[in-house]
Design a protein around this ligand. Structure first.
Ligand SMILES: C[S@@+](CC[C@H](N)C(=O)[O-])C[C@H]1O[C@@H](n2cnc3c(N)ncnc32)[C@H](O)[C@@H]1O
Length: 253
């Protein structure tokens, strides 16, 4: 057996187009709707490898973009994708933490990354500050399908607390309280979740199937089994994911 043929990196999303539950169809519809508002610039906070940001720049040829993510390898992938798509000249991709220096924009994306701001209400308040009057925010955010019991919480990632997410109506209410009106409220399908979770694990699962006796196989198996257990015995049917298109309330009476 070739012990040099090590496992692919865990969860780097190499088999995924987007690093959130998001089908190509939904992505295309969201891009079309958001492009119709004619944003001059797009800010993506927690952009990952920035596929949706690049899709939007493709759809709005006059727009410029800024993507920020603290994970360097994802930003490197985003920069390579931008080069390949001929978009490098219109997008700035920064490997750094979201902080108080974020620029404002006509369209602000925050997908699967409210944690970049802290909790959900704090994220909504900051997004409200960052988006210009007349603009749009696309928030992609987890929500509880029902309030989790203690046993359900214990089956999730270590340290997960009930307060981390809201029920869907409370999430939309929180957006309204933060100064938005919801233009669109969409929740992902089971298929989108399944493709996302499976896609995250697939490269390592394939490696494990081919290298069951590799010195690193035990550690990889343990990590995959834990990840799959948290999904299939934990958050499946408990955690939803919503895409909210939000417009800031600005007008006088
Ligand atoms: C689930 S991924 C979503 C990535 C991307 N928005 C997408 O949908 O493909 C969440 C991202 O948020 C980033 N992130 C989390 N906290 C952050 C912070 N404080 N500053 C910048 N990025 C952060 C992570 O590095 C990760 O890439």
């Amino acid at each position: 057996m070739d012990t040099h043929d090590g496992p692919p990196p865990a969860g780097n999303g190499s088999a995924l187009a987007y690093n959130s539950p998001l089908s190509p169809d939904r992505a295309a519809r969201l891009v079309e709707q958001l492009a119709q508002a004619g944003p001059r610039d797009v800010l993506d906070v927690g952009c990952g490898w920035a596929e949706l940001l690049l899709d939007l720049l493709d759809a709005v040829p006059s727009a410029r973009g800024v993507g920020i993510d603290e994970h360097g390898p994802d930003i490197a992938r985003a920069q390579e994708d931008a080069r390949r798509r001929g978009l490098s000249g219109r997008v700035r991709l920064e490997a750094r933490q979201a902080d108080g220096t974020l620029p404002s924009a006509d369209l602000v994306l925050n997908i699967g990354a409210f944690q970049a701001f802290g909790d959900v209400p704090t994220a909504l308040a900051r997004l409200r500050e960052l988006v210009r009057p007349g603009g749009r925010v696309l928030l992609g955010c987890e929500y509880w399908e029902h309030t989790p019991s203690d046993a359900e919480l214990a089956a999730l990632w270590e340290g997960t607390v009930r307060e981390e997410s809201l029920l869907l109506p409370d999430l939309v209410d929180a957006a309204i309280t933060a100064g938005f009106r919801p233009l669109s409220t969409q929740t992902v399908t089971r298929q989108e979740w399944e493709e996302y979770e499976s896609g995250h694990m697939a490269p390592q699962e394939e490696w494990l199937a081919r290298h069951p006796e590799h010195p690193q196989a035990g550690a990889v198996r343990e990590q995959l089994d834990e990840q799959r257990t948290i999904w299939l015995r934990g958050h499946r049917d408990l955690l939803g994911f919503a895409y909210l298109t939000l417009m800031p309330v600005t007008g006088a009476a």
